[in-house]
Design a protein around this ligand. Structure first.
Ligand code: F6P
Length: 329
């Protein structure tokens, strides 16, 4: 059965020609669910126990009520939009949606779930690829094959950041109109910056290149970098990415010595690939420490990959620490 995609974007004011026709129904569905989630999240405890634990996902992460609610809402809204394969961080395997669809969509429906109950920014991350005839091979490919990537950040305002492979656009949800409206048509990451982001509670588990790099940052103007750096760690990837897209900096979730964290914590298909595409499209860099993230081919759907991204000059310095040491990320 060939599915005729829905047309018209009722939930986003996109400039003419920005969204390829084949993607228009998908982006509209993502925006619609994003608007619904934004409303629910903004109600906080009035919206129910959104942060209540309801189970575990395939990676052993605790699933919160909002994780499940968001996943169900996106899967339902994407039916009939031309998405043949739907891969969610919250589900073990790929789900078939539109048999005749030409697209494969990977999603982290609710990123940063440890922040649901504490009124800190959380988000939705998505990646769109051409669909292959089989489910998993549609996703087990390099991130450079993506045809679009983006995220919705639910914070003091709700924003949509998206790329279709020709730069990065920013939209903000206008709550009165119930639509995303454009605010920036060329998001760019400054080449130089002074802010780094890493979960320093894992310092004793880091490998030498990461330890060396962070020590350079901590050394301030008397060290090799010659500048005093600042540090931030929100615990929501979307919030860190949003800050870096706004004012630069570097984010690191490297592999470390903890069992299960050898290749870091973040998933290639749902988190690393879309973030890497956005950052590169905005003029920044994304690496595992030794390899461009967009060149990594995941060996399974939920594969984790070290993710380091941000201002090009900062990422280059981190790569130099790896080259000097020769160790993996
Ligand atoms: O699973 C993703 C995530 O919640 C990211 O949004 C965030 O960057 C990271 O995990 C936080 O990790 P940690 O719990 O080690 O601070």
């Amino acid at each position: 059965m060939t599915v005729a995609p829905r047309t018209a974007s009722a939930h986003i004011d996109a400039p003419e020609g920005l969204i390829p026709d084949a993607l228009s129904p998908v982006i509209d569905a993502l925006c619609k669910v994003g608007i619904d989630l934004s409303r629910t999240i903004a109600r906080g405890p009035l919206g129910g126990a959104l942060g209540a634990e309801v189970g575990e996902n395939t990676d052993g992460d605790h699933q919160k009520a909002l994780d499940v609610m968001a996943n169900d809402a996106f899967a339902a809204a994407l039916k009939g939009t031309g998405v043949r394969w739907y891969a969610s961080e919250e589900q073990d395997s790929v789900v078939a949606l539109d048999e005749g669809g030409s697209l494969a969509l990977a999603i982290d429906p609710l990123d940063g779930s440890s922040n649901i109950d504490v009124n800190v920014s959380i988000g939705t991350i998505f990646s769109i690829l051409p669909a292959e005839d089989e489910a998993e091979p549609s996703f087990l490919r390099p991130g450079r094959d993506q045809i679009a990537a983006g995220y919705i950040v639910y914070g003091p305002h709700t924003g949509l950041i998206v790329t279709f492979g020709a730069g990065v656009r920013e939209f903000v949800l206008d709550r009165d109109k119930e639509r995303f409206v454009p605010v920036e048509d060329a998001v760019s990451v400054p080449r130089e910056a002074k802010e780094f982001s890493i979960n320093a509670s894992n310092m004793r588990h880091w490998r030498k290149p990461v330890l060396d790099y962070v020590q350079e940052c901590l050394a301030g103007e008397t060290g090799a970098l010659g500048v005093n750096c600042n540090m931030r760690w929100v615990g929501s990837l979307v919030a860190e990415a949003h800050r870096i897209l706004a004012r630069g900096g570097i984010f690191l979730y490297p592999g470390d010595a903890r069992p299960g964290y050898e290749t870091g914590r973040l998933r290639m298909v749902y988190e690393c690939a879309p973030m890497a595409m956005l950052i590169e499209q905005a003029g920044g860099e994304a690496t595992t420490g030794t390899e461009r993230v967009l060149d990594v081919v995941p060996d399974r759907l939920h594969a984790r990959v070290p993710l380091i991204f941000g201002s090009a000059a900062m990422v280059e310095r981190l790569r130099a620490c790896h080259a000097r040491d020769g160790a993996p990320a």
